[in-house]
Write a protein that binds this ligand. Structure first.
Ligand code: ZN
Length: 350
């Protein structure tokens, strides 16, 4: 997060005061979609100063970077990019870390995952390791008051999409987890306007923060087969075209649902009934209503759901498709989305 916002919202002073007489070294300038290249500078500084604890002060990007830095400081191999290439498989140790969260969205404060981008190769990969689970996370709703509206909107959509990646698959007979997921979705839908209000109020921001944490702390995923196609495709849109993470999800998710409707329709219909109170129509019609209502919800908070809003055209799509083809990627809860289907999904986003 920008250091000036930390100073403006008072968090910086709070942190320095809380440190008291403890020695600390600052590292600023971690960008949204945190870069491998920037993280390596922090790793070098931390090693030089023999840092033994990392405190992330900022949003999910700062925290994701901190997790990577924590693992990279202790990494004994040649190339720290291997941490991402192996999705965390090679992480044997990490410097302990804590988080002070100022931008809710990613849920990173209560999970062991991190997403890092590499500028040189326009890659955006994730890793996970129990070694980088935060020792503690402090969530103060007042720290979100100075956020620009666009970031709040991104955060709402990101949390919404996190729930959906775990929920919108098939009937897993996980009745409680379904209801928990639907509670988060319904809360985000009901409270979105209040969360986005010009004059933020404590309770709405607290609700939002807690939704974001609950969306990706593992609880609702218990016993479920997960999807994550939207995130995987969205990451490439961010890597190639620089659109925000939340923006990419709002575009891709409805298209994934349209494309995979035959497989997801029972769950889409359940979501339509329980979150949107759709009571009539066949399962097919309810599934269609679920997609339409989600698009309308995103649009109602000012979030576009088509690629043309970002001037990305049919001619640009091949870059993304080619990358998935090169990697031989297979996505989706049914492992039926290859680069061919990804191209079809992206065409539905135009
Ligand atoms: Zn996300």
């Amino acid at each position: 997060m920008a250091a000036d916002r930390l100073k403006k919202n008072g968090v910086y002073d709070q942190v320095v005061k809380a440190f008291g007489k403890r020695k600390f070294v600052e590292f600023g300038g971690i960008e949204p979609n945190p870069r491998f290249e920037t993280c390596l500078k922090a790793v070098a500084l931390a090693k030089k100063k023999k840092v033994d604890f990392l405190l992330s002060v900022g949003g999910g990007s700062v925290l994701d970077a901190t997790k990577f830095i924590a693992a990279a400081i202790r990494f004994r191999g040649k190339d720290p990019w291997d941490i991402l290439r192996t999705m965390g498989g090679c992480v044997k140790a990490a410097v302990p870390l804590g988080a002070i969260l100022t931008l809710p969205a990613t849920g990173s404060e209560m999970n062991c995952f991190s997403v890092i981008s590499r500028e040189k190769t326009q890659e955006k990969l994730h890793f996970g390791s129990p070694k980088v689970f935060p020792q503690f996370s402090i969530l103060d709703p007042e720290a979100t008051y100075s956020l620009p509206r666009a970031q709040v909107r991104n955060g709402i959509v990101d949390a919404f999409a996190h729930v959906m990646e775990q929920y919108m698959t098939r009937d897993n007979r996980t009745h409680l987890q379904d209801r928990q997921a639907e509670a988060i979705l319904k809360t985000l839908v009901d409270d979105a306007d209040k969360i986005l209000a010009e004059r933020p109020d404590y309770d709405s921001r607290a609700t939002w923060m807690w939704c974001c944490t609950q969306a990706l702390n593992g609880t609702i995923a218990c016993g479920c087969v997960e999807d994550w196609s939207t995130h995987m495709i969205g990451h490439e849109l961010t890597a190639f075209f620089g659109i925000d993470h939340g923006q990419s999800l709002a575009v891709v998710m409805p298209a994934v649902w349209k494309h995979q409707k035959q497989h997801k329709k029972a769950k889409l219909a359940q979501y339509a009934r329980r979150v949107w109170h759709v009571t009539s129509g066949s399962i097919d019609e309810q599934a269609d209503a679920a997609i339409d209502k989600t698009i309308a919800f995103f649009n109602s908070i000012g979030m576009p759901t088509r690629l043309d809003a970002y001037r990305i055209t049919g001619a640009d799509i091949h870059k993304v498709v080619d990358r998935f083809a090169e990697r031989g990627t297979v996505l989706g809860e049914n492992q039926n989305i290859t680069s061919k289907e990804i191209e079809q999904i992206l065409r539905l986003c135009l």
